[in-house]
Write a protein that binds this ligand. Structure first.
Ligand code: G6P
Ligand code: MG
Length: 223
């Protein structure tokens, strides 16, 4: 039986990829690294420091910066990103998400958030969605980031629901892998081939297709 739904944030509840893109692009360009939208795709679901490492590697300067300098660079990016976030409003919630959260609440399904973003609590506040979530995992509390299952497992534990009765929703391949590693049913939002390849059990083209009844139907078929 489906007892809990655990959401990713960026790309599922709100489309922050574009905001991360502007903030990372500014930072990358300031140290002479080109930064494209295509490369930005590779950073979905990847932690702040993990993203910075990838950018430095991409620019061929992986060994050039000390740990202290890297923390400084990540802080510059985050300050810029946090400034962009101040413009975020409930209107930015992706279509269908609020309705789906209401469906879950009406059906006594527990709701959790498993985002790699340390800005997640602030984002939920800007979107006025905080009250729906029974647990919001701080990514610093788990040993390994996505694609490791840790963050989804911690959310299930906090909700007191076994992973086999949890649904995870993700837009990134690293996230789908994390959900499957956690032993949960994975709903992928995005391109069919990409999501199937990552291991998604159900693929939706858009968040408008999120519907508890149809997810339950697919879940029962898999059981
Ligand atoms: C999400 C996004 C990533 C981002 C990460 C950390 O997983 O998809 O692009 O790097 O969160 O976000 P933060 O807000 O902590 O820098
Ligand atoms: Mg995401």
């Amino acid at each position: 039986m489906v007892k809990a739904v655990i959401f990713d944030l960026d790309g599922v509840i709100v489309d922050t990829a574009e905001w991360h893109y502007f903030a990372w692009k500014d930072l990358a360009n300031s140290i002479g690294i080109d930064f494209s939208r295509e490369f930005n795709e590779e950073l979905k679901g990847i932690s702040r420091m993990g993203s910075l490492e990838k950018i430095l590697e991409h620019g061929g300067v992986a060994g050039k910066y000390s740990d202290e300098e890297k923390i400084e660079l990540a802080t510059v990016k985050n300050t810029n990103y946090v400034q962009l976030l101040t413009q975020m409003k409930p209107d930015d919630i992706l279509p269908g998400i609020r309705e789906f959260l209401e469906q879950l609440k009406d059906n006594n399904i527990k709701i959790g958030l498993a985002s790699a973003s340390k800005n997640a609590p602030a984002i939920l506040d800007y979107l006025k969605l905080t009250d729906y979530f029974e647990t919001v995992i701080n990514p610093d509390e788990v040993a390994k980031g996505k694609p490791a299952p840790d963050i989804f497992l911690r959310a299930a534990e906090n909700l007191s629901v076994p992973p086999s009765e949890c649904i995870g929703i993700e837009d990134a391949t690293a996230g789908i892998q994390a959900i499957k590693e956690a032993g949960m049913f994975a709903v992928g939002v995005g391109t069919k081939e990409v999501m199937v390849e990552a291991g998604a059990d159900l693929v939706l083209e858009s968040t408008t297709e999120l519907d508890l009844k149809s997810i339950k139907r697919e879940f029962l078929q898999k059981e």
